[in-house]
Design a protein around this ligand. Structure first.
Ligand code: FRU
Length: 492
């Protein structure tokens, strides 16, 4: 039985989505089309297609009682919209169907696991719930909620207990969820089940201990290239420094996992994305064995700022990225499927740039995939700085400044359509082997994703300057040689 709330939300989508002017949408990044979206949810391979759900309020461009929106894809680039999957229509999730995950059960059903939120007076309760479906319609499990406060470790928080990430392994089911410890900071809890319906608490897999922010949201936990990786999105990061950036950041813990004792040993900690607009990443294992990650391309502290156009939607997802671990570090690159959408291209080789600024023939646009390689003009030499200025025109510009002597990249997102009152700059350390650097930029109508040195680092920013600001220039202090490969992306 579909609830009135679900039917109403689906009818709203069916009425309003077809009216949205496609010229207002991002060219190749996913949005909700109407309303508000945040975290990606339920990224899963189901019956030959990749399904993605998301935190969704269809009625307004602001966060409010969460539904689950729904899309699917075969290639991670083109998404097909499906009617929204979950509405907050039960007593245990009346305050929202918060983030969660999905998998295909052996009997062919699609299982969604999410956080149901309810309130009693001032008190808020978060529990883990299930819904079962066929890839379009989902029915909430009669035994919900399946993980409640009774399955918390001593001192665990029933209020901050959310975002279950389920997976199957050797015929058993596991889930990790975020919780808050008595010290006020985050922990990741591990649960286990024989049938995905009856759950046991296993252990606390990892803790913040107030080192990496407070509450840890949206965990993901998977093996990759001989390591075990835990992704978390900490609230209120305060560590600072060039590796763990204060405020908006996400964390990747890399280590090993002993399945017998359910013990995760952390060996390295790393920021996932060094930009300003990246949160709540979630991964799926592709049919050909790649670990693919997508994230909300936004951050909570700037959600009040919108592009100048009066858009009927707010919130976007990053382009899905392929993950690897190389020499103990997380590597991320845009999914290779994007290359099939490369249209006309422009190539420049060995352009000499000396203490000045230039534009290159044919290098402009806001829907493109561009790789820039820079090296000192004399072997063994260096240069002071190299800057790419994109989304340029009419007083707008977004700058990426690379400084080999300091080993830093600075992105300046002021004059990019966002107010000066918010954080618009980011500086992070980067490697310049032989004083060279390679940057790959994905530009879209409302965003810039930057990948450094073949995915060693990624930095993501929303950019709300008008699309007419499509100029690109290159400048240098010192003397360098520049190679540029620019592809327009063609999606129609
Ligand atoms: C992260 C988050 C999750 C929660 C969801 C609510 O962005 O706060 O922890 O499930 O958003 O929309």
């Amino acid at each position: 039985m579909k609830s009135d709330l679900l039917l109403r939300a689906r009818a709203f989508e069916a009425e309003h989505i077809p009216k949205v002017d496609p010229d207002l949408l991002p060219h190749y990044h996913l949005t909700g089309c109407v309303g508000w979206i945040n975290d990606p949810n339920g990224f899963s391979f189901y019956k030959g297609e990749y399904h993605l759900f998301f935190q969704y309020n269809p009625y307004d461009v602001r966060w409010d009682t969460m539904h689950w929106g729904h899309v699917k894809t075969r290639d991670f680039i083109r998404w097909q919209r499906l009617p929204l999957a979950l509405a907050p229509d039960e007593e245990y999730d009346v305050w929202g169907c918060f983030s969660g995950s999905a998998l295909q059960l052996p009997d062919g059903r699609h299982l969604l696991m999410y956080t149901g939120v309810r309130k009693e007076g001032e008190a808020e309760y978060q529990t883990q719930c299930l819904a079962l479906g066929d890839g379009v319609d989902y029915v909430k499990y009669a035994g919900n909620p399946v993980i409640t406060a009774s399955l918390l470790p001593a001192g665990g928080s029933a209020r901050d207990f959310r975002d279950p990430r389920i997976w199957q392994e050797d015929g058993r089911y596991f889930a990790v969820a975020g919780d808050r410890c008595p010290d006020g900071s985050g922990a990741i809890l591990l649960y286990e089940s024989d049938d995905a319906f009856r759950w046991r608490f296993v252990t606390v897999l990892a803790r913040s201990e107030n080192r990496y922010g407070r509450m840890w949201e949206c965990p993901d936990f998977f093996p990759l290239d001989g390591y075990q990786v835990l992704l978390v999105s900490p609230q209120e990061m305060k560590t600072g420094g060039l590796e763990f950036l204060e405020g908006n950041t996400t964390l990747c813990l890399i280590g090993s996992y002993d399945r017998e004792s359910s013990r995760f040993t952390r060996e390295r900690e790393q920021t996932i994305d060094y930009g300003l607009d990246f949160y709540a990443p979630q991964t799926v294992l592709s049919a050909d064995g790649r670990r693919i990650m997508i994230a909300w391309m936004q951050y909570w502290n700037s959600v009040d700022y919108r592009p100048p156009q009066d858009l009927p939607f707010f919130g976007q997802m990053t382009l899905p990225r392929e993950l690897r671990v190389r020499e103990g570090r997380l590597i991320q690159e845009p999914v290779r499927e994007l290359e099939a959408y490369r249209g006309s291209s422009v190539t420049h080789r060995g352009v000499l740039l000396e203490d000045g600024e230039l534009e290159l023939d044919g290098v402009k646009g806001r829907c493109l995939d561009m790789t820039v390689r820079v090296r000192p003009s004399r072997p063994g030499g260096t240069f002071d700085s190299f800057t790419v200025t994109a989304a340029r025109g009419g007083g707008y510009r977004t700058k990426i400044v690379c400084r080999p002597d300091r080993g830093t990249i600075t992105v300046d997102r002021s004059r990019s359509g966002l107010p000066d009152t918010i954080l618009n700059g980011r500086e992070f350390s980067a490697r310049f082997p032989g004083n060279e650097i390679k940057l790959r930029l994905l530009l879209d109508r409302y965003s810039l994703e930057l990948f450094v040195n073949d995915g060693e680092q990624a930095a993501t920013f929303v950019v709300f300057s008008p699309e007419a600001a499509d100029g690109i220039s290159f400048s240098a202090e010192g003397s360098l040689l520049l190679d540029v490969d620019k592809y327009d992306l063609e999606l129609s």
